[in-house]
Design a protein around this ligand. Structure first.
Ligand SMILES: [Cu+2]
Length: 116
C-alpha cells in the first residue's frame, strides 16, 4: 500500500515535471517575441542591398552584385555560399534582396529578405 502511494507520487512529480518545461517554452517564445523587434532593427542596420546575378544550385552559391557592406567589403559582384541551400530554390536572377553575411564568414549569406 505504501509502495503504490509512493508510485502515485512519482507519477504526479513526473507529470509536474512535464508541464514545467512546456511552461518554460511558452515563456521563452513570449520573450522571443518581445525582443524580436529591437533584434530585427539591429539586424536590418547590418543588412546590405544587392541584386541576384546568378543562382548556382549545384555549386550551392548565389552571385550577388552588392553595394558597400557593413563589414567593410566594397561594392562588387561576387559568389556567396548560403546558410540554407533551400534559399537557392527561391532566389531568382534579377531579384533585389537585402542580405547579411555571417560574422564569422563574410563569404556566406546568413540571412536575406526580398527587397521592395
Ligand atoms: Cu563582396
Amino acid at each position: 500500500m505504501t509502495l503504490s502511494i509512493h508510485s502515485l507520487l512519482i507519477v504526479a512529480l513526473a507529470s509536474a515535471g512535464f508541464s514545467a518545461p512546456s511552461l518554460a517554452q511558452m515563456d521563452h517564445s513570449g520573450h522571443g517575441a518581445m525582443v524580436s523587434k529591437p533584434a530585427s532593427a539591429a539586424a536590418d542596420a547590418a543588412m546590405a542591398e544587392g541584386v541576384v546575378k546568378k543562382v548556382d544550385k549545384s555549386g550551392k552559391r548565389v552571385t550577388i552584385a552588392h553595394g558597400a557592406l557593413p563589414n567593410g567589403m566594397p561594392a562588387m559582384t561576387m559568389a556567396y555560399t548560403v546558410k540554407d541551400p533551400a534559399w537557392l530554390d527561391k532566389l531568382q536572377v534579377g531579384q533585389k534582396i537585402r542580405f547579411a553575411t555571417d560574422p564569422a564568414d563574410g563569404m556566406m549569406v546568413s540571412r536575406y529578405e526580398p527587397a521592395k
